[in-house]
Design a protein around this ligand. Structure first.
Ligand code: F3S
Length: 394
């Protein structure tokens, strides 16, 4: 792999041990995947933040790092709401370790707003064709597919290395030829809302990590595409998809239909809702996987306005988004639902104490049973609110 003089110096350790290690990781990946050079990235998003998932070994690794990131960099959700962790029932011993992880990242110059939706935040609004190094799988899918930016599905260490060096190896989804669809998905029914998460759940299981192009009757919103991509990245490992006539690269390229075609029917979408009916009555309802957009907060506020909820309900979103819309936060919290920031139902240990959860996310449906050991049930946002047990106050 060709390296500039400056990159050679980094690799030789002339700029310190951390930068040397970071360059070694990027060069090793570049060599494995046949990259010819490193390319600059516009931003980095770093997974491996929750103490629940990285433990003491991860904490020690981060504490050892020195230096400063070269591009705007942000963290993935942590294991707790940084301000309201006591309300979540988080143990002080966990909170203490979680704080140490966040402070260690902050010393490297990484913004400690913890979210899987960096594209809603100031400084992270990437555009078509921008090269970035993001690691959370739904953020990767959204950036690649809905925005048309370019990122591989980075691991925590490789995203952090890209942040410190300001570059990544030029392979995978940074290259035109790797972004072409290789399988067509015909959707044989009308879809709306949470149907897109169910579709992603079905298709991801079937196609693994391949790049699909969808042929659909409807034109999904950005939030619906966010749900579709998140679910496909979780039940499979899809990092990029196209929708004919909708996503930016499909519009720009006029892709030919791939030879391999699968068809999804309404029956398969319905089965995702029905498969979880053994969970009769969930004891917690969580929405916001990926973290809610302002439009989703507005929709939830409308659904819960003038109502009191009987059950615990979390609405996960980025702290910056919550701070931008205090009136929506107030309307939602007045119902008894909690706005939960910096974390989520999957990476926080706070959900482990429940026995069953209702979700409106195909990604949460895929991960909650395995990562939280909690049974999960899939429902539309309207049914999530009904499941929360509504008492009308009006
Ligand atoms: Fe985000 Fe957590 Fe879902 S990181 S995509 S809310 S599993």
């Amino acid at each position: 792999m060709y390296l500039t003089n400056d990159e050679e110096k980094m690799l030789a350790g002339e700029y310190g041990h951390s930068l040397q290690k970071a360059t070694e990781i990027l060069v090793a990946l570049g060599d494995i995947y046949g990259a010819e050079r490193l390319i600059p990235v516009k931003s980095a998003q770093i997974a491996g933040v929750s103490y629940k998932t990285i433990g003491d070994a991860g904490l020690e690794w981060i504490l050892d790092l020195k230096g400063h990131v070269k591009v705007p960099s942000i963290l993935n959700p942590a294991g707790m709401d940084i301000e309201r962790w006591k309300d979540m029932g988080i143990e002080p011993s966990f909170a203490n370790k979680q704080q140490k992880i966040i402070e260690a990242y902050a010393r490297l110059g990484i913004r400690t707003k913890c979210t899987c939706t960096p594209y809603y935040l100031e400084g992270f609004n990437v555009g078509f064709g921008d090269h970035i190094a993001w690691s959370e799988s739904s953020a990767v899918s959204y950036a690649n597919s809905v925005i048309g930016a370019r990122t591989n599905r980075e691991g925590g260490p490789s995203a952090l290395s890209a942040a410190l060096v300001g570059k990544t190896a030029n392979y995978g989804y940074h290259l035109d030829r790797m972004r072409e669809p290789v399988i067509a998905v015909k959707v044989d029914c009308r879809l709306s809302g949470s149907d897109y998460g169910a579709l992603g759940y079905v298709v991801g299981k079937d196609i693994g990590n391949r790049v699909p192009i969808f042929y659909m009757q409807d034109k999904p919103t950005n939030d619906e595409m966010k749900s579709l991509g998140a679910a496909m990245a979780a039940s499979g490992a899809v990092a990029l998809y196209h929708i004919e006539g909708v996503t930016p690269e499909a519009k720009a390229n006029d892709f030919a239909m791939p030879c391999e075609v699968i068809t999804v029917e309404r029956k398969q979408i319905d089965e995702v809702y029905q498969a979880s009916t053994h969970v009769r009555s969930a004891d917690i309802i969580t929405v916001g996987c990926p973290h809610c957009s302002p439009e989703e907060l507005e929709e939830i506020a409308l659904l819960v306005s003038g109502k009191k909820l009987k059950k615990e309900m979390w609405v996960c979103t980025a702290r910056e988004v919550a701070q931008r819309y205090p009136e929506l936060v107030e309307r939602i919290e007045k119902s008894g639902a909690k706005i939960v920031c910096d974390t989520c139902m999957v990476v926080s240990p706070a959900t482990n104490r429940y026995s069953s959860m209702t979700v409106n996310s195909g990604k949460a449906l895929a991960y909650v049973p395995s990562m939280c050991k909690v049974a999960a049930k899939y429902a539309s946002i309207e049914d999530c609110v009904i499941e929360a047990g509504v008492i009308d106050e009006d």
